[in-house]
Design a protein around this ligand. Structure first.
Ligand code: CAA
Length: 283
């Protein structure tokens, strides 16, 4: 099936990046959020990030203008129902995601493919609450979406081959690289990345190293582009905790226990860059 129109639900850091790359690849994008401020902010960020790409000679001014013209804010969730493809990129919370899919259900066109950008939640379980588990998939982008090459494709138990093939073709058209993951907690990237970040937080909690020495060690000692604590702030500590909880609950192994320091930071509302405070102070 040829995808032309895409509805993106959630205008946070993942949603704005997803809208950006789809619009740049020629898809018409409707961007939705419960907050109109969030949509306005996202459109401003997309504009800045496209300008940055023009400035660095990655895209032309014409491509930038055409991409902006393909993105429409859409405050009415029901209006997204006619899209060929819907990408849910709301908060990493299963109830929130289920409510979004339930609100969309009466408005969905027969052919619409539903996807979730969840970083950890069971695709089979999310799909089972919809009327179309065969046309439902995990479609997991990495942050920052315009830069990161990978998209994880996760089939639920009922996902059909045509849906998988359609999304694999979309990833090609975006110029990105797909990797298939089975539907187990946190799939591949976060199954490996999050325990590393959690371990870095334990390393800080136990006083083995300071924030700076932990990040410098991984940057210079393992050639990571960002240290694990800087990366945790970048991803959002609430998202890191939500993913650790999914791993801990889903795999029932104490090795996935979230570090108490991570829990405390989230309880304090120190969520990283988005709240100007996490392991680093951005104020
Ligand atoms: N939009 C467009 N372009 C962007 C961008 C954005 N939002 N952010 C950065 N860029 C571009 C810059 O313009 C620059 O382009 P050039 O190569 O043409 O110069 C390039 O990306 C590098 O950016 P900077 O020079 O500003 O900074 P940097 O070299 O420090 O790189 C980074 C920044 C790309 C974020 C790099 O630090 C990095 O790769 N960090 C790790 C990111 C990572 O691990 N992401 C995965 C998180 S896990 C996840 O997403 C899954 C999950 O479910 C939690």
């Amino acid at each position: 099936m040829a995808i032309q129109t895409v509805g993106v639900i959630g205008a946070g850091q993942m949603g704005n990046g997803i809208a950006h790359v789809f619009a740049l690849s020629g898809y018409n994008v409707a961007l939705n959020d419960i907050s109109s401020d969030a949509v306005d902010r996202a459109i401003g960020l997309i504009e800045n990030n496209l300008d940055r790409q023009v400035g660095r000679g990655k895209i032309s001014q014409e491509d930038r203008d055409a991409a902006m013209a393909r993105i429409a804010p859409q405050m009415d969730l029901a209006a997204l129902g006619q899209s060929d493809l819907i990408i849910e990129a709301a908060t990493e919370n299963e109830d929130v995601k289920n409510k979004i899919f339930a609100s969309l259900a009466p408005h969905l066109a027969e052919h619409t493919i539903l996807t979730s950008n969840t970083s950890s939640i069971s695709i089979t379980r999310l799909a089972s609450r919809t009327d179309r588990p065969e046309r439902f998939m995990g479609f997991h982008f990495m942050n920052p979406v315009p830069v990161m090459q990978l998209v994880e494709l996760i089939r639920g138990i009922a996902t059909d081959e045509a849906t998988y093939k359609t999304l694999a073709d979309v990833v090609d058209r975006l110029g990105k690289q797909a990797a298939s993951a089975e539907d187990f907690p946190a799939f591949i990237v976060n199954r490996i990345l999050m325990p590393m970040i959690n371990e870095a937080i334990y390393t800080l909690y136990e006083g083995v190293g300071s924030v700076q020495s932990i990040d410098t060690s991984l940057k210079l000692g393992a050639n990571h582009p960002m240290g694990p604590l800087e990366l945790a702030d970048f991803i959002g500590l609430d998202t890191c905790l939500a993913i650790m909880n999914v791993l801990h609950d889903g795999l029932a192994d104490t090795k996935y226990r979230p570090c108490p320091l991570l829990v405390k930071y989230v309880e304090a509302g120190w969520l990283g860059r988005k709240t100007d405070r996490g392991f680093y102070d951005y104020r």
